[in-house]
Design a protein around this ligand. Structure first.
Ligand SMILES: O=C(O)CCC(=O)C(=O)O
Length: 287
């Protein structure tokens, strides 16, 4: 669904928003099914948790970066209503995806509590501009229901932190306990938040619960001090080919491809890119 303007305004004013019913039911069901190519289902995990020691090592052990072995997950990163929301929030259509990751958490694997922190320190080399110039749009697409018990992200409304400098970047859990708000929502919800909103990951409060989210972060292209992941650096992943072949030119552009009309494209590059991605349709680029 189209993200209403009021929801985007809420991100500017309060620091985050939750848009329920964002992903259409068919795309959501396909994505959920595809998760089990990468992760144990909750039923499998909780039947024999001792088999999944890797999830006990770090809170981040369930993070899997783009690309994925199925279009059902890859296409979520370029979901048209997400891109539309990003263009409106960022005030430009010259935008790029600078992070795309899945994150699975299983209750009891590890304590997922975090101190309050800002996300900008590993999304930028400098500090955010408090007036929102050069703002980045960070998101969670919920692929499972997230209630108070399911490790929701706890957000501190911007009104409580406006006078805080951005350093130190972390504050203890006691600092804002009475002002935090849990970002909850059913599967298919979109959470949009700013990199300068103080927030924290929280632990599950009931056993046998799990949380699955897709995180896609976007920014205006050209702010070289901001970013996180390098797509050329991920391009030896064998799943990149299927992802790039399935995408439209606009979707590839979000990952940094030269667009149709770029002076990159000539007879030689059309030939060699076709060799790299067998079956790709390069007609929009002049093939
Ligand atoms: O998983 C969450 O709910 C939030 C995690 C987070 O804020 C982080 O790792 O920076």
């Amino acid at each position: 669904m189209r993200v209403p303007d009021e929801k985007l305004a809420e991100v500017w004013d309060r620091g985050w928003t939750v848009v329920e019913g964002f992903v259409d039911p068919e795309t959501l069901a396909d994505a959920r099914k595809a998760l089990w190519k990468l992760y144990p289902t909750p039923e499998t995990f909780f039947a024999r948790p001792e088999r999944y020691q890797e999830y006990t090592i770090s809170q981040f052990a369930g993070v899997r970066p783009f690309p994925y072995p199925t279009w059902s997950l890859n296409r979520l990163t370029v979901y048209p209503d997400l891109i539309d929301a990003a263009e409106r929030f960022l005030g430009s259509d010259d935008i790029e995806i600078y992070k795309a990751e899945l994150w699975a958490k299983y209750a009891g694997a590890i304590n997922y509590d975090q101190p309050y922190h800002f996300d900008f320190p590993n999304h930028s080399l400098v500090a955010p501009r408090a007036d929102g110039v050069h703002i980045q749009m960070t998101t969670f697409i919920l692929l499972s229901d997230v209630t108070e018990a399911d490790s929701p992200t706890k957000m501190v409304p911007l009104e409580h932190t406006r006078d805080l400098p951005y350093f130190p970047i972390a504050h203890p859990q006691s600092a804002f306990a009475d002002r935090e708000v849990a970002a909850t929502g059913p599967a298919g919800s979109l959470i949009i938040y700013r990199t300068d909103v103080l927030h924290r990951g929280s632990d599950f409060t009931q056993p046998n619960r799990s949380r699955f989210v897709m995180m896609v972060d976007l920014q205006q292209r050209g702010w070289r001090w901001n970013g996180k992941m390098s797509w050329p650096g991920a391009a030896l992943n064998p799943d990149i080919g299927d992802a790039m072949i399935a995408m439209t030119p606009r979707e590839r552009d979000l990952y940094g491809w030269p667009p149709p009309g770029s002076d990159y494209w000539n007879e030689q590059t059309l030939r060699d890119v076709a060799l790299r991605y067998p079956g790709i349709d390069l007609k929009p680029y002049g093939a």
